[in-house]
Design a protein around this ligand. Structure first.
Ligand SMILES: Cc1ncc(COP(=O)(O)O)c(C=O)c1O
Length: 361
């Protein structure tokens, strides 16, 4: 077996021990005489798994009792539409922060259902920072305020919240479970699984109960959070394998010491890598303002763009995979989610050092 250091932005690395457990249970899960993929989602065993997964996530994130936890399909992208469809009764327009490629997509989808007020917009400067909250033009009458606290492509992250009394809806796809957050400050949190939760195919929505019950009646029933909450996320056949795997990742996170422990490791990984880049005297650079740098997605450039192709090719040969930047921005990007450990970051830094030595300025 040969497993590489995996810097993929998503679907991303999963913890090895989780994969090994899955491997061991592939032919028979939980004494069922079948794999988890081959049993009914209504079976006692699966219903128990689903309930335990929810409880473990509640424990990890300290989710208050007045929030529902939904396991839905369609990825985070489907929630770009579900949010306005479920919340548009709250106001004439919705506030959106435009801080990266994913918030841009969320805005485009929301506009099909509700008027959008863009409270800040960094597209003109290629998403290199997040405006301080005093510069945001929030509307006190907005139905809600939508944020993307971690922008996966540009590698921009902010962990503070703007001052507003309207429900905050946050796309945490690429930062959920990387550190503790105060869930009670949010109306809705959602995240596709394929970075810090599990495989693609399942999406988590954490929604405050008072926001349920008002979905646009024309909306597909699968996008109605109330329908999903009332059916324990089993309004139709759920992605059972992805749910099962997410449940194992939650157990793994608990065994690591929970989100405080993950935050310490993630801060260390990010500090090491940004520190190395900044100390390289311009050989490597990260374009993001220091205060807004992502812990999870670290884009970087080499001083000579002609070297990029050979950097990526040689890195891949050396067992460091998926370092190519997003096709819309180029350069390199190291995604260092929970399952990509300190050893991977050290191996990357060593490779960067060797590459620089072999390709001096
Ligand atoms: C921040 C963010 N939001 C949304 C998405 C889209 O997620 P999905 O592919 O699950 O629809 C992504 C995907 O990478 C993302 O990084």
């Amino acid at each position: 077996m040969s497993r590489v250091y995996n810097f993929s932005a998503g679907p991303a690395a999963l913890p090895l021990s989780v994969l090994q457990e899955v491997q061991a249970e592939m032919l028979e899960w939980d004494g069922q005489g079948a794999s988890v993929m081959e049993v009914s989602h209504r079976s006692k065993a699966f219903v128990e798994l689903a309930a335990q997964a929810e409880q473990d996530l509640r424990d990890l994130m300290a989710i208050p009792d007045n929030y529902k936890v939904l396991f839905v399909q369609g990825g985070a992208t489907t929630q770009f539409s579900a949010i306005p469809l479920n919340l548009k009764h709250l106001g004439q327009s919705a506030d959106y922060a435009h801080t990266g490629h994913w918030s841009k997509k969320a805005i485009a989808d929301a506009k099909r259902f509700i008027d959008v007020n863009v409270v800040c917009d960094t597209s003109a400067e290629a998403y290199k920072s997040v405006p301080v909250k005093t510069q945001w033009t929030v509307d006190p009458n907005a139905a809600y305020l939508h944020l993307t606290p971690n922008e996966t492509i540009a590698g921009v992250e902010f962990d503070w919240l703007p001052d507003t009394d309207v429900p905050i809806c946050a796309d945490l796809s690429s930062t959920i479970l990387s550190r503790p957050i105060d869930v009670s400050k949010f109306g809705v949190i959602y995240a596709g699984a394929q970075k810090n939760i599990g495989p693609a195919g399942i999406t988590i929505v954490i929604v405050r109960e008072d926001l349920l019950g008002h979905c646009d009646p024309q909306a597909p029933r699968m996008l109605d959070w109330t329908v999903m909450a009332e059916s324990d996320s089993m309004s139709n056949t759920p992605p059972t394998f992805a749910w099962y795997l997410a449940a194992k990742v939650f157990k793994w996170l608990k065994a690591q010491g929970g989100l405080e422990a993950m935050a310490a490791v993630n801060a260390e990984k990010a500090d090491m890598l940004y520190g190395y880049i900044d100390a390289s005297d311009g050989y490597y650079t990260n374009p993001v303002q220091e205060s807004d740098r992502s812990w999870m997605n670290v884009p970087f450039l080499i001083h000579d763009t002609d070297l990029e192709a050979s950097f990526i090719e040689q890195a891949t040969k050396a067992g460091l995979h998926s370092l190519k930047g997003h096709r819309s921005v180029g350069g390199m990007r190291a995604s260092i989610y929970n399952a990509t450990g300190i050893d991977a970051v050290k191996a990357l830094m060593q490779f960067m050092q060797d590459f620089q030595a072999q390709n001096p300025r």
